[in-house]
Design a protein. Structure first.
Length: 254
């Protein structure tokens, strides 16, 4: 478990520190700080792989791209093998594989990631946040005309938002169905990035634009597929063994 936080649209290391202090329990191994003229970003790290060389953010050589990762990329070793000859790795951490894929294949290359994660990428005048397919790793955000705040926990956002109120519609939804509708939360103005989604922030002429899109395609059922029960049992066994093997590759349990 790690924790991410950031302010986009203005650099404010003071507000960043307030959010990070509120989620310090999420990562005892390191506090990573990044930023640029229009953003401040950081994270608390719980080291899963390569404790000595995996501190974040991971940066491109020209410092144009900064990458933060909360979670774990299960298939990072396989992805790393495919990057041989295209990127010189300085660590054995999965965050650097995310950076290498982005530099080689661009944003949509990150669709190849398997795991539980939230990835945040800053690239020139763009910021991207990607949440894993099932939404195991959280990301909450709030927006204003000229800025965006994000954090792995809602209480981090409460440290910097000027006024907060209960979202009455979300409270009613929880009373009726047990959870808020869509990507809203019980705090007015604070939203959750939906599972499998991409949050894009673009800066142009000191103004920000925001959009949320589906990033990972949903698996589709094949109604015409045929086979016997034994084939399905063997395929399920293979998938379970593969999934467990990938998830137990870290240096510590996440």
């Amino acid at each position: 478990m790690c924790g991410l936080a950031g302010i986009v649209g203005v650099r404010s290391d003071t507000d960043l520190r307030k959010m990070l202090d509120a989620i310090s329990h999420r990562g005892p191994d390191d506090v990573g700080i990044g930023g640029g003229e229009w953003f401040s970003a950081g994270m608390h790290r719980l080291a899963i792989r390569d404790r000595e060389h995996g501190n974040q953010p991971l940066r491109s050589e020209a410092n144009r791209v900064q990458v933060f990762l909360n979670g774990e990329i299960y298939n990072y070793k396989q992805l790393r093998q495919g990057l041989a000859g295209h990127y010189r790795f300085a660590s054995d951490c999965d965050t650097e594989v995310v950076l290498a894929i982005y530099l080689k294949h661009g944003l949509w290359g990150l669709r190849r990631l398997e795991g539980m994660f939230c990835v945040v990428v800053f690239d020139a005048d763009c910021m991207y946040a990607i949440r894993d397919r099932f939404g195991i790793k959280p990301l909450y955000f709030a927006t204003a005309t000229d800025r965006l705040w994000y954090c792995s926990e809602k209480k981090g956002l409460l440290q910097v938002l000027s006024a907060t109120r209960v979202d009455l519609q979300s409270a009613a939804d929880v009373a009726v169905q047990g959870y808020p509708s869509d990507h809203f939360t019980h705090i007015e103005g604070v939203k959750s990035l939906p599972p499998g989604s991409l949050l894009t922030v673009n800066r142009s002429a000191d103004r920000l634009s925001f959009c949320i899109d589906r990033f990972f395609e949903r698996p589709r059922r094949n109604p015409t597929r045929t086979g016997n029960l034994g084939d399905y049992v063997e395929e399920l066994r293979h998938l379970l063994v593969r999934s467990i093997s990938l998830q137990t590759a870290g240096e510590i349990a996440c």
